[in-house]
Design a protein around this ligand. Structure first.
Ligand code: PLP
Length: 219
């Protein structure tokens, strides 16, 4: 079914939208099946799980870290990660910079914005994002490249609310883009809301359960 699910989703995507197949908790065999169907971009939310999968799978996979980052674990992915979606503090950017330098790499990052009205611990306020991008300390970083923004809408059936939240992020992105020439990526949309996200200008959707089926956290 993985192949059919992928084809079904891909057939709906405009060319500018990148599909990240979110394979967290899923076994190697499932990822290999998606790979064999042509998928090359995969997302994980735990650094060590991603590092293990990286070791075992073909090396032309682009691995995206989509989860909350523990700074002390950044070192386990610095040599291979392609894009880090969930950067939500300047301290984390500094750690990524440090680890990227060790490997002589420039690591692409997205700043995670808090757009959900529900209580969430993660994500930067819009004012904090602007302050980071404007700061001299940020401009001196050489081994990270902030290529855009990421956000997660409230988990709700209320499509008006979801659209409002995505639109707020789209507006921020459009405001920042002219002064941030590296900006190419607006990561928003998951299985339940990616169509709405694309209506609001998403260029990268992160889809797990609609490709791989429901996750079982108890195995
Ligand atoms: C798990 C996860 C997804 C994918 O969720 P689905 O609803 O299974 O598509 C997307 N983004 C983030 C940050 C996630 O943690």
């Amino acid at each position: 079914m993985i192949k059919e699910n992928l084809q079904q989703i891909k057939s709906q995507l405009p060319e500018k939208v990148t599909l990240v197949a979110v394979s967290k908790t899923k076994p190697i065999a499932d990822i290999q099946e998606a790979y064999d169907a042509g998928q090359r971009v995969f997302g994980e939310n735990k650094i060590q799980e991603m590092a293990t999968k990286y070791e075992e799978l073909p090396k032309d996979i682009q691995w995206h870290m989509i989860g909350h980052l523990q700074r002390n674990k950044v070192k386990y992915m610095a040599h291979f990660v392609d894009l880090i979606h969930g950067v939500d503090s300047f301290k984390t950017l500094l750690e990524i910079e440090k680890q990227a330098k060790k490997h002589n790499r420039v690591i692409n990052c997205l700043l995670q914005a808090r757009i959900a009205q529900e209580e969430t611990k993660f994500g930067l306020e819009f004012s904090e994002i602007k302050a980071i991008l404007d700061s001299e300390e940020f401009k001196q970083l050489t081994n990270i490249k902030v290529v855009g923004l990421m956000g997660m809408a409230t988990f709700t059936d209320n499509t008006t609310q979801i659209k409002e939240e995505f639109t707020s992020l789209q507006n921020l992105y459009d405001e920042l883009q002219p002064n941030n020439s590296h900006f190419t990526t607006l990561s928003m949309g998951m299985s339940g809301d990616y169509e709405l996200a694309m209506e609001c200008g998403s260029t990268m959707i992160r889809i797990g359960s609609s490709i791989f089926g429901a996750r079982n956290y108890f195995v």
